[in-house]
Design a protein around this ligand. Structure first.
Ligand code: PLP
Length: 389
């Protein structure tokens, strides 16, 4: 079956052909660890690749493959590889690209878990990690050395929603023979297409918008067939695969991803505008607001700005009180789900980042992060209004 070009059509149809699954209208769940062949010759062919099919679910599983094909179609990419978490996807994307003696240059405002991986895991493998002074192309260029094999960035950033100029970083990477890897979790393929801007690999925590229902931890690496083949080969060797059950939930989640994302975008903009006008809020970080430092770049690079934002109150105590007083926003980490969440990044997403570095990154004690879900916008604004009162 050939899906149409629209993203909502691809979200529903890509990766599934009912005719190949007893007419099942939606993708079935193949919860089978192994697959039996009709005879030894076929099994040998399956193992060498001479025969197309399935042998063992760590190597390939029909449900996981369907979810990978759906995600690749959403992203407009040749291929996608699913992992057991977003962090496993980040590690899995970097694994075939780096060896001892190489250098990775990263922009500084990364998800706390990614910072931890770069600081704790890569140096143990003999890889040097250089953090650019900022996400600007000039600062990234200044950090590049002849040993640089990967430029790693995240946009929009979490929790300050800064936007990195991907076309500029792709130009830098390709000028030096490096590969540009982008964590696109906060944008998702509906709001931005890093591959079309020159990125080589996109990683997602699909635990967020792409699955969207808050019931799956998973991640993905998306890109060209050539690069993802190397990623998959290392994944099969290390075993960090996604089980078919969460892949099946992801197939369902991705089917409504464009609808949900449109609501996150609409509601996110309205909530950001409400907060920006509130007298107790000293600053709102949301790329859809005209006073955001990267608003012009965001308008060029993105088609929507999502449901994640952060805002500042005068003190940590005020921030804590607002978090505790909301009723519809669950107090918790994560983002991109149907349900709205609220947290103080210093004690959740960035708790593993040392306090001085947090401050240097702009994560102030009075910073509150919200993930706007798909509830009624007016209800969410009324809840924040009473919590701020
Ligand atoms: C931007 C970003 N990248 C990666 C991750 C890690 O994803 P996971 O929790 O699925 O391992 C997160 C998790 O919050 C994130 O926000």
């Amino acid at each position: 079956m050939k899906p149409g070009d629209g993203i909502a059509t691809r979200a529903v149809h890509a990766g599934h052909d009912p005719a190949r699954h007893q007419g099942a209208a939606v993708p079935p769940l193949y919860a089978s660890a192994t697959f039996v062949a009709p005879d030894t010759e076929t099994l040998e062919g399956l193992n060498t690749g001479a025969v197309q099919g399935f042998v063992y679910s760590r190597i390939r599983n029909p449900t996981v493959l369907a979810a990978e094909q759906r995600l690749a179609a959403l992203e407009g990419a040749e291929s996608a590889v699913l992992f057991g978490s977003g962090m496993a996807a980040i590690a899995g994307a970097l694994a075939p690209l780096l060896k001892a003696g190489d250098t990775l240059v990263a922009t500084p405002d990364l998800y706390g878990g990614a910072q931890r991986y770069l600081a704790e895991a890569l140096p143990r493998q003999g890889v040097t990690v250089r953090l650019a002074a900022s996400g600007s192309a000039a600062d990234v260029a200044a950090a590049i050395t002849p040993e640089t094999r990967v430029i790693y960035t995240e946009t929009p950033t979490n929790p300050l929603l800064r936007i990195v100029d991907l076309a500029a970083l792709a130009g830098l990477a390709h000028g030096t023979g490096a590969v540009l890897v982008v964590d696109g979790t906060l944008g998702g393929p509906m709001n931005q297409r890093p591959l079309q801007l020159g990125a080589d690999l996109v990683v997602h925590s699909t635990s967020k918008y792409l699955n969207g229902h808050g019931d799956v931890i998973a991640g993905a690496v998306v890109g060209s067939r050539k690069l993802t083949r190397a990623v998959r080969s290392m994944q099969q060797a290390s075993g960090a695969i996604l089980d078919p059950h969460p892949a099946w939930l992801m197939l369902r989640g991705m089917a409504t991803y464009p609808l949900r994302m449109a609501q996150h975008n609409r509601s996110g903009q309205a909530v950001a505008e409400f907060l920006a006008a509130h007298p107790k809020v000293t600053r709102v970080h949301y790329p859809g607001l005209p006073d955001h430092p990267d608003h012009a770049l965001a308008q060029r690079q993105m088609t929507g700005f999502g449901g994640l934002m952060s805002f500042e109150l005068a003190t940590a105590d005020q921030a804590r009180a607002v978090v505790d007083r909301t009723r519809l926003f669950g107090i918790g980490a994560s983002l991109g789900g149907i349900e709205s969440l609220i947290s103080q990044p210093g004690s959740t997403s960035h708790h593993s980042v040392p306090a001085e570095r947090r401050l240097a990154m702009g994560i102030t004690p009075g910073l509150v992060r919200i993930s706007v879900g798909i509830e009624d916008t007016a209800d969410l604004i009324a809840d924040l209004d009473q919590a701020l009162a």
